[in-house]
Design a binder for this molecule. Structure first.
Ligand SMILES: Nc1nc2c([nH]c(=O)n2[C@H]2C[C@H](O)[C@@H](COP(=O)(O)OP(=O)(O)OP(=O)(O)O)O2)c(=O)[nH]1
Ligand SMILES: [Mg+2]
Length: 134
């Protein structure tokens, strides 16, 4: 099975992260996720992320900082998720290509259903937040 490369943004502001709910009718519909999408030919993952965040949220972000890479095998596809930390440089996030948006604290992640691939990232961000508060 071919591996689908995806770039996703860990967009942080005042200790909260921006999460988006996937629209109906797509893979993992209704799940909450970190905004982003599939890399197109000839594009770097950083360019992909910046494009996706413009398309999905109408925001421009600064230089994305690599955080972690997660490979996950779903029954229907294999995804390689490249998570980047980033900050909004201009624009206020709008739900252009997602069902709903929320700014949430890491301690609130458990109130939302994320795709199984995201579990390690959620735990890692929660751990980071605890370390930063010490
Ligand atoms: N953006 C994002 N995708 C995720 C996460 N976790 C996870 O398993 N995925 C999966 C869902 C999808 O199969 C794939 C991302 O593709 P996508 O549907 O967002 O792609 P896209 O924005 O380019 O949308 P499209 O043009 O193909 O409709 O990765 C996550 O946290 N963020
Ligand atoms: Mg997407």
């Amino acid at each position: 099975m071919t591996v689908i490369e995806v770039a996703a943004g860990l967009i942080q502001r005042d200790g909260r992260y921006l999460i988006a709910r996937r629209k109906a009718g797509v893979h993992l519909a209704g799940y909450w996720e970190f905004p982003g999408g599939k890399r197109e030919g000839g594009e770097s993952l950083e360019d992909c992320l910046r494009r996706e965040l413009r398309e999905e949220l109408n925001v421009v972000v600064g230089i994305p900082l690599p955080y972690r890479i997660v490979r996950h095998e779903y029954p229907e596809k294999i995804v390689e998720l490249h998570f980047f930390r980033c900050v909004i440089e201009s624009g206020e996030a709008e739900a252009l290509d997602c069902a709903e948006l929320r700014w949430v604290l890491p301690e609130e992640f458990n109130q939302f259903t994320f795709p199984p691939a995201d579990a390690v990232i959620l735990e890692s961000l929660q751990r980071d937040a605890i370390m930063e508060s010490r």
